[in-house]
Write a protein that binds this ligand. Structure first.
Ligand SMILES: [Fe+2]
Length: 307
């Protein structure tokens, strides 16, 4: 059985590494912890928030910007040898990475696979932690890398893969779009309808509501395009702000995401929200996102309306 513990990292290619480093540090506020060849590693975790600090949570490397991969670690490292077989049995070919590929990811072992939409997934064992406290490069209040939006050509089909093969649990649906949890955090992955593959948005949790509003004004002053918000998601109760980064990548700050604790698991039921604007933001803000038109009521998930 594949039992995921946490989302670990994102690896994103970019044709302009220096621009991406500048944005990740000066705008998002992440800590640049390493430069290796044509790759830059960023840390985001505050030990006070998580109780630990992941070695890194984001890597930008030089390459085709459509190349994204998301890493997850296993709850039990000793399960690693059974994961490839479980993926193969589910029709998802898997390849174990070399020692060099594992070291590049700061993990002991890594397995490469893809979801049915073709999104690159990396399942890792014994990922490195950092003993350092970490110093954020801007006072954005970033606490941790928390979740991603992932593009899906067919969210209903992909939901079956995430729940039956990767054993994620659905926390809510908005229309046909599932929000998946793999630990207590309300969602680590949410599927977005798209005919492309890759990461649709990158979420970092910030410390409080003031951080969201402080960043709203900061980003506007810096000329960064605001994509959505400030607003509040009814599904997770988080206050949020979305903005555009390099190569069209969407970044999100949010605070107050709901947790579903072990004590709640036996009685928790995912809620169904209709696909309409107030299911996405209880304050009425609307996203400006390709492939995602919140004003389109009852938009079929696999034939998205576009703006
Ligand atoms: Fe989000």
């Amino acid at each position: 059985m594949i039992d995921l513990h946490d989302i670990r990292y994102l690896r994103i290619a970019t044709p302009n590494l220096e621009q991406a480093v500048e944005f990740a540090t000066r705008i998002v506020g992440l800590e640049l912890v390493a430069r290796e060849g044509k790759a830059a590693y960023f840390r985001s975790d505050r030990v006070e928030m998580r109780g630990d600090t992941r070695d890194h949570t984001l890597v930008y490397y030089e390459g085709d910007p459509s190349q994204h991969a998301v890493g997850f670690d296993l709850k039990r490292a000793e399960d690693f040898d059974t994961v490839a077989a479980a993926l193969e049995a589910a029709g998802a070919p898997a390849r174990e990475g070399s020692l060099a590929e594992a070291e590049q990811r700061r993990v002991k072992r890594v397995l490469f696979t893809r979801d049915p939409s073709g999104n690159a997934l990396e399942i890792v064992a014994r990922p490195y932690h950092s003993g350092q406290r970490g110093v954020l490069s801007r006072d954005a209040g970033v606490q941790e890398f928390s979740h991603i939006g992932l593009k899906s050509a067919n969210p209903q089909r992909d939901e079956a893969f995430w729940t039956r093969v990767l054993n994620a649990r659905v926390s809510e649906w908005v229309g046909e779009l599932p929000f998946f949890r793999i630990n207590t955090v309300h969602h680590s992955v949410v599927l977005f309808p798209s005919q492309q593959t890759g990461v649709q948005h990158i979420n970092h949790q910030v410390e409080d509501h003031d951080d969201v509003m402080r960043s709203y004004y900061f980003l506007k002053q810096q000329g960064v395009k605001i994509i959505w918000g400030p607003g509040r998601h009814p599904v997770s109760t988080a206050m949020m702000l979305y903005f555009e980064g390099p190569d069209g990548m969407v970044y999100e700050y949010s605070v107050g995401v709901k947790h579903i604790t072990p004590g709640m698991e036996s009685t928790y039921r995912p809620r169904q929200f209709p696909f309409e604007p107030f299911s996405l933001c209880m304050w009425g803000s609307k996203p400006v996102m390709a492939d995602f038109d919140a004003s389109a009521k009852s938009a079929p998930a696999n034939t998205p309306a576009t703006q």
